[in-house]
Design a binder for this molecule. Structure first.
Ligand code: IPM
Ligand code: MG
Length: 362
């Protein structure tokens, strides 16, 4: 019996709805495999601004530091998006990543066979898609010096990288590739940006320690194109912070929907923050129709990376595949005329699938 402390940050918009299903799945895993998860809910994002004035209250940050893992829904929404506002929900998320030094963001993009028809792209373009975006998460233009819009009509952000920041994320990508198909595609804009040239030369140096992994470099614009042309040829995509943000949303459409993608944000230890790649989707919040699979697959990553529970993680992933194979579709995945299920029903089906897998003992 393992006792693990998991902090839950539902956040804004559809966050609480998808988190509810993530908790359902954690409960199914606990019951099925005999673990104990101690869950504690805290405020982050817009709801935290409303309640405390801060998007990342000290109390929330302290709880996250003490936890084994953090499961996050989504943050942000029109209520807090005034560009002149002093605080924004996104600062909470960026603050959490920085405070916990979660520099490695893993975003697996795997096409489930059942969803080949759900992608807006032709089947032959996406068949065989199985890649991981390894996004640098605590540096680059997100965290460089900036100036907010001033009276003279000027604003700037700075893309800044140091060698150690690139080295540590590159090692994450190479280690991962050596356990997968042995290819790292490093993304930069080295033909224009100085930080891109440092990125490229540093990644090339790190590659020397991994003779079994092939390294290729791609400019970000051309990578965006190749993702749609030959997705299956990518294994690990190593990216600076902002390029990974953009390419992972693009890559999500290979799987049928942005709602499918999970993520893990990791640092040096085992503590991680797990969240769906999608945002708070204010347009559909409160309707019970959001796709909870991105969150549920994030639970699988949490079990794998923070709790070391590989069998349990695989059970969750297999239960997701089984639900899709059986034809269950949330609205974002349904083809025209196909019946769709709501957020809670999808969670129920997947939780039941986990119990089923447990009963069979496989
Ligand atoms: C993501 C999101 C965040 C990011 C936003 C909400 C700050 O888009 O995790 O991809 O840009 O990193
Ligand atoms: Mg994003």
């Amino acid at each position: 019996m393992t006792l693990s402390r998991i902090v839950i940050l539902p956040g804004d918009g559809v966050g609480p709805e998808v988190i509810h299903e993530g908790i359902k799945v954690l409960q199914a895993v606990a019951d099925t495999f005999g673990h104990q998860f101690e869950l504690s809910e805290h405020l982050m994002g817009g709801v935290a601004i409303d309640a405390t004035g801060s998007p990342l209250p000290d109390e929330t940050l302290a709880a996250c530091r003490m936890a084994d893992a953090v499961l996050l829904g989504a943050i942000g929404g029109p209520k807090w998006s005034d560009p002149t506002a002093a605080v924004r929900p996104e600062q909470g998320l960026l603050g959490l990543r920085a405070e916990l030094s979660l520099y490695a963001n893993l975003r697996p993009v795997r096409l489930s066979q059942a969803l080949v028809a759900a992608s807006p792209l032709r089947p032959e373009r996406i068949q065989g898609t199985d890649l991981v975006v390894v996004r640098e998460l605590t540096g680059g233009i997100y965290f460089g010096p900036r100036q907010e819009p001033s009276h003279d009509g000027i604003a700037f952000d700075t893309m800044i990288y140091s060698k150690p920041e690139i080295v540590r994320i590159a090692h994450v990508a190479f280690r991962l590739a050596s356990k997968r198909r042995g290819l790292v595609t490093s993304i930069d804009k080295a033909n224009v940006l100085a930080s891109g040239r440092l990125w490229r030369s540093t990644v090339t140096e790190v590659a020397e320690a991994y003779p079994d992994v092939r390294l290729e470099h791609q400019l970000v614009d051309s990578a965006a194109m190749h993702l749609l042309r030959r997705a299956a040829s990518f294994d690990v995509m190593l990216t600076p912070n902002m390029f990974g943000d953009i390419l992972s949303d693009e890559a999500s459409m290979l799987t049928g929907s942005l709602g499918m993608l999970p993520s893990a944000s990791l640092g040096e230890g085992t503590l991680g923050v797990y969240e769906p790649v999608h945002g708070s989707a204010p347009d559909i919040a409160g309707q019970g129709i959001a796709n909870p699979i991105g969150t549920i697959l994030s639970v699988a990553l949490l079990l794998r990376h923070s709790l070391g529970l590989e069998d349990e993680a695989e059970a969750v992933e297999r239960a997701v595949d089984a639900a899709l194979d059986a034809g269950h579709r949330t609205a974002d995945l349904a083809e025209s005329g196909q019946r769709s299920v709501g957020t809670a029903e999808m969670g129920d089906v997947i939780a039941a699938g986990i119990r089923e897998i447990g009963k069979r003992g496989t």
